[in-house]
Structure formats: C-alpha cells, structure tokens
Design a protein around this ligand. Structure first.
Ligand code: GUN
Ligand code: ZN
Length: 449
C-alpha cells in the first residue's frame, strides 16, 4: 500500500461510487465499479486514502480486506445544517404558524430536557435515527439546559460522530423551566461547555441564541463577546422565518435596521455562523451575510409545514450567499435527506410566488440538490475536505444506497438515461429504505429496520 507506515485498520470498499471531484462545484463524479480505500491515521481519525476505478486501484492495494457491495452505490454521508434533537418527538405537531407552535408544543416539550436521563434516551434514538437515514454530521440545537449538551456530546463521541451542538440561550419570553433566569450564568455555562467539548474528538460547539425575541440585548451581546474569544466555534440561530416573528423583532429592537441586523450588531454574524430559514431577508441582509461568510440553512420541509414561506434561491445566488440544506426537525417533517432535497426542489419551483415577485420558477438540478446536502453543506460549515465528500483526506463517513430498495425505485432507476435522471429518481422516490448501510469512521453502523 502506498506510503502506509502511519496507517492502521486499512480496508477497501467496492461498489459504484458517487462523489464531488471538485468540492466547490455541484457536479457529481460517478464510477460504476469503484474502490474506496480507508484507514485510521496517526491522529486516530479514519480517512479516505484513495478513490477510483476498481481495475486501476485494486492492483495498488492488493491485500486489503474488502467489502464488496454489488448493486449498491457508495456516496458521502449527508450533512444536516440545522436540526433540534430535543424536537424528535415534536415532529408533526400542527399549529397556526411558528409562534403558536413554539408556545403550545415546542417550549413545553423542551422543558423535559432538564432531566439528563430523559435527554439521554432521546439523544440515543436521535443519533441512531440520523445514521439510519444516512446523515453523519449535523449542526444541532440542544435545549437551554447545559446537561442536554453534555449528554448529546457524550453519545455522539461514543458513536465516533462529527457533530456540533450548543446550549440554547433564551433569557426572556420563555416559560419557567426553559428560561435562563441568570443571564451571566447562561454565558458562563456556554464558555464552560466550549472548554469541555469543542475540538474533543470530532465534536464541535455552537454558540446558540435561540432567536432574537427570546434573548435580551445583554445575552446577545454576551454571546457575541464569547464568539470573539473563540473564533473557531460555530454560531447558530434562526432568522427571518415568519412574518409575525419579524414584526415582533421590529418591536423589540426598534433601532435595528432589520432582523438580521440585531445579530450583526451583537457580533454574531461571521464565518461559521449558520442562520436557519433566511426567508424574508432583503438585499442588504443577503449581501451582508455573503460579505462576512455567514451561511443560510435552508429548511424546506419545516417552512412548508409551518407555512413560513419560500427560500429565495435566485436572490441568494445573486448575492453570493452561502447555503445548504437542513431538516429543521421538529418543525421539519422528516429526518430523510431525500425528503429534504425533494422539498427544496419543490420550493425552488415556487419562486414565482414569492413576495419578491416576478422571477420564473427554478428547477434545481439534482446534482445541485445533492451537493447542498453533502459537500456544499460541509463547505458552508467550514468543513470542506473533512466531511460531505469522498476525496482522499475526507473522514470516512459514507452511505451505501440501494437504488432497487423498493419495487418502484427499482423500476424507475432502471429506466433513467442520464446521471441526473438517476439522481432525481432517488431524490423524489427515496427515503430511509434507500440507505442500505451507513459507515461512520470506517465502522459499519448496525441499523434497526
Ligand atoms: N425559532 C425559534 N425557535 C425555533 C424552533 O425551535 N424552530 C423553528 N423552526 N424556529 C424557531
Ligand atoms: Zn430550528
């Protein structure tokens, strides 16, 4: 094996392969009989060593234990840019829009995460479900309880996952049991958690103000100061999701130019900041996000379910705004990346109906949709070259898809003439049944069916 002295647990995986040869471009590379070589490197992380045609690579790696999956397609593990693990049991709770949904279902439910035993049970289910659906990295909300972060980090670490989460900051307009009653304490807890977890194994911390209405100016500015002291932690929040929410923000922060500007003034807008929804932004907001390198987490199943509106792909592209896909469970209705990609396609087709107006509906290419949920999402998280792709140097987190998983998938994928049509058939018809195997750090995950 070439230059293999510092490697252990070297092995190979033979199947068809799908990856992004140029991670910055939404253009899929495909090898119908491919070989992927993985090994643990000196820092303990299992990475991809080689990818290519079986006939070319097999002679270079003659004695490796090889898993052969004829008929399956190995693809990068999906990256979910915004999800709430404590809302696993909130999915499908109907309400008249965001604010009633938060008040009647989400806030009361999240109070339960004060109990670490409860948080532990939900975390285990959540992480196993993510992997069962083919998602191997997520930027995830915990709750306001610091223990909800400890439990999540420990379980993700046990599963060797690359995950990012943070304690939710919310010191007003929130019920007892979920509200930070001491703002300074909430900020100290955030710092303690950063020191305990950020950069440990594959774990990362995100400073997590819930959204502007539930934080005082003091809490937002305190969060911004922490962000300045820890430039490589992430920041995550929600912005411009719902018209009632936006009206409320303009009443609470009358001097801010816009909802986004509330975060900007607090020092919470920068590279490695990820804002969910970004529906009702204006051009100045989009350009400002692009200028600082902030990211939009597009959450189409959530926005359709809560009736929040449509992400404007054309305006975002025009501004050069970075974005990627997210489930936003439990406002979102599915853990499945296929459902999310399908919903994103549907939303882009509706752009004719947005408030911005007269643009024709867009048909997002399937390769672009796939990229938004893998290599593109990784780039938006500043994790390009680490997750979301299968290039040498990437961490060995991937899925094996079975395009014949259901009678209809088998029939439809057999009739596609191009790569784009084949990907599209999987996006539109796919769900967890398509994910035959998930591999995290070179280990085959045992999944319940
Ligand atoms: N805004 C503030 N909190 C939330 C949440 O939990 N979900 C969604 N979708 N929007 C929010
Ligand atoms: Zn959310």
């Amino acid at each position: 094996m070439p230059n293999a002295s510092h490697l252990t647990e070297a092995r190979a995986w033979r199947a068809s392969l799908l990856w992004f040869a140029d991670p910055a471009q939404p253009k899929v590379s495909h090898e119908s009989d491919g070989l992927l070589v993985t090994a643990r490197e000196a820092d303990g992380i299992v990475r991809i060593q080689a990818i290519g045609a079986y006939r070319e690579l097999a002679p270079l790696y003659p004695d490796l234990p090889t898993t052969h999956w004829p008929g399956l397609c190995i693809a990068p593990g999906f990256v979910d840019l915004h999800i709430h693990y404590p809302q696993t049991d909130v999915i499908g709770s109907p309400a008249d829009g965001l604010l009633p949904w938060l008040e009647h279902y989400t806030f009361p439910h999240e109070k339960q995460f004060a109990d670490p035993a409860y948080a532990h049970e939900v975390t285990g289910f959540f992480l196993d479900e993510l992997m069962r659906q083919g998602v191997t990295t997520a930027l995830c909300f915990a709750t306001a309880h610091p223990e909800s972060v400890d439990v999540f980090m420990a379980e993700a670490q046990k599963r060797q996952l690359r995950m990012v989460t943070g304690k939710v900051l919310q010191d007003r307009h929130s019920p007892d049991g979920l509200r930070d009653t001491d703002t300074q304490l909430s900020l100290r807890q955030t710092e303690d958690l950063i020191r305990r977890w950020h950069g440990v194994d594959r774990l990362g911390y995100a400073i997590t103000p819930r959204f502007a209405p539930t934080s005082t100016e003091a809490q937002l500015h305190g969060a911004g100061e922490i962000a300045q002291r820890f430039p490589d932690v992430w920041i995550q929040s929600h912005v411009a999701e719902n018209v009632d929410e936006i009206r409320w923000v303009s009443e609470l922060f009358p001097t801010a130019r816009s909802y986004l500007d509330v975060y900007d003034r607090a020092g919470l807008l920068r590279q490695r900041s990820v804002y969910a929804h970004c529906i009702h932004l204006d051009e100045t907001d989009r350009q400002r996000m692009a200028e600082v390198g902030a990211t939009a987490a597009v959450s189409p199943t959530s926005n359709l379910f809560l009736g929040s509106g449509f992400f404007d792909y054309a305006a975002s592209d025009a501004a050069g705004l970075r974005y990627g896909l997210a489930s936003d469970v439990g406002g979102g209705t599915s853990f499945s990346p296929f459902h999310t990609m399908h919903a994103a396609y549907t939303v882009a087709r509706q752009s004719l109906n947005t408030a911005q107006g007269q643009r024709p509906g867009m048909s997002l290419a399937p390769e672009h949709l796939w990229w938004q949920h893998t290599a593109g999402a990784a780039a938006a998280l500043d994790l390009a070259g680490q997750v979301g792709n299968l290039l040498p140097g990437c961490e060995a987190d991937f899925v094996a898809l079975n395009p014949k998983a259901t009678p209809l998938l088998a029939r439809r994928t057999a009739q596609t003439a191009t790569m784009a049509e084949w990907l599209f058939a999987m996006i539109v018809l796919g769900d967890d049944r398509l994910v035959a195997h998930t591999v995290v750090q070179g280990d085959l995950v045992r999944m319940e069916r």
